[in-house]
Design a protein around this ligand. Structure first.
Ligand code: SF4
Length: 567
């Protein structure tokens, strides 16, 4: 728990920022190509990260030239739900400022990469004109609230979407800084009142997700606060609040670790907002403000225990909390392809490699989606698997939509093996300043290699989740999948195994350093053993989970020449 330790520099920056203003207006107007360090932190609250093109950085330095500074801009989209007009506005922005592509994130938002400073204000203003915002898409506040994406026309899915929207609006910071800086709003005199966050906001980012046990496609337990809605038929019984999820860690720093959220309490339907605010207050007042690497809610819960967490929450809430209710086993539903949505209309889910919507060679995905959305006006919903759902489609339009996609070279879901449909990758190089290795740029060839191995062992139709990240920060949820592949050095990856497909168990580190070229070959003996020795209905992650690291390494070593063995 945070004691008398000195607050970090970031805390001072936030506290003195006058409601997240700092010197942003002056720096934005200045001639420099980038912002000073303190303003970089504040920029995140406004939905943008400053970075530089890492591919060209060394060469530019050798020539005595400045780095190529650029910005990532992220739009916050609760539950991933857009209108056709909003999607088309984002598509137009991609053309104007985003280098011709937009990226669907693992938290149902949209990111534009490669924005230069002089286009920053215009980009953010254009997102707002589409009735979306970038405010609080990043920073030490509640970020985009994720929710099960399927547009099924029943009380369950309507309620999840409505709750995601309500929480997103209610938990947004109240400062007027965003409107003043980016939208030329009128300056507000006097002190800024942030009743929920206070002057220093939260110690770190705070993620909230909403799901049901019947469809955990958002990996709800990876959130700081996972809200699990419980229904009897279409009647909402209430919510289990699970606290302390979060995946970021640092290699070789055992004080940092991934963690899945623990169910702590049950809340009645009308108590959701008050319960969520109490959890945020818990983190606001007790989170570690001295060490940002130790500042997430997960460390509070893990190190102080469930009893302390619950008692402190009850103190804030001023009442006794009910125990979490029993939940059925978690499942993850495949939303790709066509599904009847319950009101006579249909939705179509499309997997998108890396969430990258662009035109490249014969694959003209961006044009295809734009054409479909312009012509048929479906409801676009971004998924936590970096894909898109096109909802509210008339049955008569289905064949034509498929035809448009195929004409533009887009692979339809049934043409993809499950391994390709489910794989996630973070952006990593060249745009992420923290990346230790590639992720997005190796996803397609690596997944193709792994798929070939699976097919060789009769496992081509097996549902296995693979998550690839360029560093251990966990943006593509690498520790919550069957297989996690995490950048370790510029050449090597750490390989994590033994998670579960339903997102209820973390995987574990099995191979500390593997060259990219060796990953598929390392997995092959494990797939071979899985195909041979699996229990009925057992998934690959479960198979690895019931074997020790030594057993898994022995399986791989047995297939290698002696000089290449690990053990
Ligand atoms: Fe960057 Fe690491 Fe996040 Fe990937 S996981 S986007 S490399 S911080």
């Amino acid at each position: 728990m945070a004691g008398a330790a000195k607050s970090s520099k970031a805390e001072e920056t936030k506290r003195l920022s006058h409601g997240l203003r700092g010197a942003l207006t002056a720096e934005l107007a200045g001639p420099e190509s980038h912002f000073a360090a303190a303003e970089q932190l504040l920029l995140k609250f406004h939905g943008t990260y400053q970075g530089y093109d890492r591919d060209s950085a060394t060469e530019l330095k050798q020539q005595g030239l400045e780095k190529q500074w650029e910005f990532m801009v992220r739009a916050k989209i609760p539950g991933g739900r857009l209108t056709p007009e909003q999607y088309l506005a984002l598509d137009a922005l991609a053309e104007r400022h985003g280098g011709g592509n937009l990226r669907i994130t693992t938290r149902q938002g949209v990111q534009f990469h490669g924005i230069i400073k002089r286009d920053l204000k215009a980009t953010i203003a254009a997102i707002n004109r589409a009735l979306l915002t970038t405010f609080a898409a990043c920073g030490d506040v509640v970020r985009n609230v994720t929710a099960t994406p399927a547009p099924i026309a029943d009380a369950v899915h309507r309620r999840l979407q409505a709750d995601a929207k309500m929480l997103s609006e209610e938990l947004a910071p109240k400062t007027n800084a965003y409107h003043e800086i980016w939208l030329d709003g009128e300056a507000v005199a006097g002190e800024v009142d942030e009743p929920l966050y206070g002057p220093s906001y939260l110690p770190r980012k705070f993620k909230i997700g909403l799901a049901t046990p019947e469809d955990n496609s958002i990996d709800v337990l990876t959130n700081d606060l996972g809200i699990i809605a419980l229904f009897e038929g279409e009647r909402l019984v209430g919510y289990n609040l699970a606290l302390g999820g979060g995946l970021g860690m640092t290699h070789n720093k055992p004080k940092t670790y991934p963690r899945l959220a623990t169910p702590i309490a049950f809340i009645e339907p009308d108590g959701l907002l008050a319960g969520v605010k109490a959890v945020i207050q818990l983190q606001r007042d007790h989170g570690d403000r001295a060490d940002r690497k130790h500042a997430r809610l997960k460390y509070l819960v893990q190190e102080n225990g469930v009893d302390w967490t619950r008692a402190t929450l009850e103190g804030i809430f001023c009442r006794t909390l009910a125990d979490p209710k029993p939940m059925p086993p978690f499942r993850v539903i495949d939303h790709t392809g066509w599904h009847e949505q319950g009101d006579g209309r249909w939705y179509f889910g499309l997997a998108i490699a890396n969430g990258r919507v662009k035109d490249e060679g014969s694959l003209r995905l961006r044009t295809a989606l734009r054409t479909v959305i312009q012509r048929f006006r479906p409801t676009p919903i971004l998924t936590p698997g970096q894909g898109i759902i096109l909802g509210d489609v008339d049955a008569a339009d289905r064949a034509e939509i498929e035809a448009v996609l195929s004409q533009h070279g887009v692979s339809l879901p049934h043409a993809l093996k499950p391994i390709a449909r489910w794989a996630l990758a973070c952006p990593a190089l060249p745009s992420c300043g923290l990346a230790l290795n590639e992720a997005e740029r190796i996803r397609v060839p690596l997944i193709a290699e792994i798929e070939a191995v699976l097919v060789r062992h009769g496992l081509g139709d097996e549902e296995i989740s693979v998550r690839i990240t360029g560093c251990p920060n966990g943006c593509a949820r690498p520790y919550a999948g069957d297989i996690g592949i995490v950048g370790r050095t510029p050449r090597e990856y750490a390989l994590y195994l033994g998670g579960d497909f339903a997102g209820t168990r973390l995987n574990r580190l099995v191979f500390e350093r593997i060259d990219l070229a060796e990953i598929a070959a390392t997995l092959e003996p494990l797939f071979e053993a899985f195909a041979r020795d699996r229990w009925p209905g057992e998934g690959f992650g479960d198979f690895c989970h019931r074997r020790s690291n030594a057993e898994l390494i022995a399986l791989v070593d047995a297939a290698r020449p002696p000089a290449a063995r690990v053990a």
